[in-house]
Design a protein around this ligand. Structure first.
Ligand code: UDP
Ligand code: MG
Length: 373
């Protein structure tokens, strides 16, 4: 008996040992898909114990200590600009908000950027730093910054000194007029012509296709109320179209002309590929904002149009043929009609398939809720 009883416990113990060994070798995957190395800000460290154990007054105090403004700055290899940027931010923000935080997201820099940021953090704990293990792109960096930002208002800006920190006060003033997003407008722009002309074209097309009437969609300098950034989902290079995404969630958007400056250090991080990707992203944005819940309206409309046009053409030709007025073999229009009919049917089917996909996926969380009483 005793031997039999012991056997299973020994086995279980062995199993546990094997499991522990396995866990050491393959730790549980982290929830965040993006690999982050974080310089722990004190608030992050303090958060859980305070909320769990401290009396209520302390909690209120803790919440009152939340920054008014969070500045989120994604950067990739910007070692030249960082110190000057930090100085400008410090003077501007101290005067403006007193209680602020700056979150730098080092998007996999391979130069000295991270060490400079580390020093900034050591000198001033309002400067927080998140370091990606590799380059994930500006949108990913912004998303992670948005998740960590604790301020009432969240400002985004580029790290290359092209955006002017002195403009933050004007943006803050404007957003307090009742907007959810105020987007900067590089009215007088200091970039090479190879960038400004395509950019004008993009902005024009985007305005046309999205009915968001602002001049400069892709300005790095913007200010948001915190609930806007918490409900944005951006990835790839969708940061270009944040105003569109916010608009389609029902947020109120304004635009403000801001000072823009020449790039002083380093080089631009977006090459010519930006144009092709920008265009593809525009398609994604239009699709996922305007038509996400009703694909049949997009495809079905064009499908029916094409089908009916094809049908009319071919009916006409068949009647002529029937009356002996024409020989279908030498009427290319007949083929055009056939193609229109086939394309029409294809489009309608695509729309219906889309509807099926959407129906399977629709969740309540897809709707942007402003208040619940
Ligand atoms: N950036 C980034 N990750 C990237 C590319 C760029 O964080 O993969 C940052 C870059 O360091 C800068 C901002 O995004 O702070 C805007 O980039 P850049 O100035 O090169 O763009 P441009 O002004 O030329 O449009
Ligand atoms: Mg720039």
């Amino acid at each position: 008996m005793t031997e039999q009883e012991q056997k299973p416990t020994e086995q279980t113990e062995k199993k546990f040992q094997r499991f522990r060994h396995h866990r050491r070798q393959f730790p549980r995957p982290q929830k965040d898909k993006i690999n982050v190395e974080m310089e722990k800000p004190e608030t992050q460290l303090a958060k859980t114990p305070i909320e769990k154990t401290q009396p209520v007054e302390k909690i209120i105090h803790h919440h009152q200590n939340k920054p008014i403004v969070s500045v989120v700055i994604p950067l990739l290899n910007e070692e030249g600009s960082l110190k000057e940027l930090a100085e400008q931010l410090k003077t501007g923000l101290h005067r403006l908000a007193g209680n602020y935080e700056v979150i730098f997201i080092d998007d996999g820099s391979t130069d000295n950027s991270f060490n400079i940021l580390k020093n900034l953090h050591l000198q001033n704990k309002r400067f927080k730093v998140i370091r990606f293990r590799r380059n994930y792109g500006k949108s990913a960096a912004l998303m992670v910054g948005f998740e960590r930002a604790q301020g009432q208002y969240i400002v985004t800006m580029d790290a290359d000194l092209q955006d002017d920190p002195a403009e933050i006060s004007a943006l803050l003033k404007e957003i307090k007029n009742g907007y959810d997003v105020v987007s900067g407008w590089k009215k007088k722009r200091y970039d090479p012509i190879t960038k400004t002309i395509p950019s004008k074209f993009f902005n024009y097309i985007t305005r046309l296709m999205t009915s968001v009437k602002i001049h400069d969609f892709n300005c790095g300098l913007k200010i948001y109320r915190s609930d806007v950034v918490k409900s944005l989902q951006i990835y790839g290079e969708l940061h270009r179209y944040i105003p569109v995404l916010a608009h389609w969630q029902g947020f109120r958007i304004a635009e403000l002309a801001v000072n823009h400056r020449k790039r002083k250090f380093g080089i631009t991080k977006f090459g010519a590929s930006r144009f092709l990707r920008g265009f593809l992203d525009l398609l994604t944005v239009i699709f996922t904002t305007r038509y996400i819940t009703r694909p049949l309206h997009l495809f079905g409309g064009w499908g029916i149009l094409s089908f009916l046009l094809g049908l009319a053409i071919d009916t006409y030709l068949v009647i002529e043929w029937f009356l002996g007025l024409t020989n279908l073999g030498n009427r290319p229009l007949f083929i055009v009609g056939l193609i229109l009919i086939i394309v029409g049917v294809q489009f309608i089917s695509l729309g219906l398939l889309g509807e099926l996909v959407v129906k399977g996926q629709q969740k309540q969380t897809d709707y942007s809720i402003k208040e619940i009483l």
